[in-house]
Design a protein around this ligand. Sequence first.
Ligand SMILES: *Cc1c(COP(=O)(O)O)cnc(C)c1O
Length: 355
Amino acid sequence: MEPWHGLIHHYRGFLPVSDKTPVVTLGEGNTPLIRASRLNRELHPGVDLYFKYEGSNPSGSFKDRGMTCAISKAVEEGARAVICASTGNTSASAAAYAAKAGISTVVLIPEGQIALGKLAQAMIHGALVLQIRGNFDRALNIVKDIVARHPIALVNSINPFRIEGQKTAAFEICDQLGIAPLYHALPVGNAGNITAYWKGYREYNEAGRISTLPKMLGFQAAGAAPLVTGRPVESPETIASAIRIGNPASWKGALAARDESGGVIESVTDEEIIEAYTYLASKEGIFCEPASAASVAGVIKLSRRNFFSKGDGIVCTLTGGGLKDPDIAIRMSKDPVRVEADVSAVEELLRGCCI
Ligand SMILES: *Cc1c(COP(=O)(O)O)cnc(C)c1O
């Protein structure tokens, strides 16, 4: 098999790059599509369920797909610095790719609201990290004003190259399955990713690589569900910090994905998100971050309403890896058991459970 050189190399014909584009890659893409081993049977009435595990990207989230394109194009256009607003993963990814490219990164994050792993990444990659006293939506507005005045490249998903890179996840799924799934579920925050997937599926269909299109299922957190309620949320709240966004930049793209595909955008509560999150870790062996589990929470919720038919093919994108947010993992788990450094003391504890 051909070695993997990153998604720009692999899907070059579908991307806005030329021979002059200096490709900045960390080997992103080519992430596993994992077949469910229990949830597929537990979901009514029995479905064919897969997880697209984007935590396997170099910085641990799907943002790397967009960032390889956005940073490559920024370097091609002569940028010396990039800037973004972030709930965490965009800043981690931008900082990593900018470090690789040898340019500077500025990230604006909501103070005290981003997961520990993501903050650590932005810091160690050498970004200038600015914590604002305000939420993501406010940070994005500030960043837009800054790039209007200064020659700094914006690498949020309103940058069209981000969407271009992210659409390759849809290509990979079709390549891995051999067909398009019937349903594609994903968490929705700023709504760039659902927009990108839908673009990817349509382009693969137009290119004759697939003959059907999936119905897109988008899930927002109940406390941050502007696309469900139809109006921006002033103070979005959810445990899933990556989708704590009240006024999605790709609002129109998300609704187009829903309506053109015949899908739905619904909300899931924090309790449902955490239920899916712990289920994935304890029953499927997959550790994702809470926001990622919103896709699975949504599919569980729809299945309880008899939404699916037997054997329906469903792919859930798991957008980021679990180590991004160690605090929540620890909070949701049993504490480690203290024991003397002694064989019989350990045996005593194992009795009745595994010996
Ligand atoms: C960015 C992000 C999302 C939301 O994606 P949007 O494109 O903003 O809708 C979901 N999950 C994780 C882990 C993310 O980093």
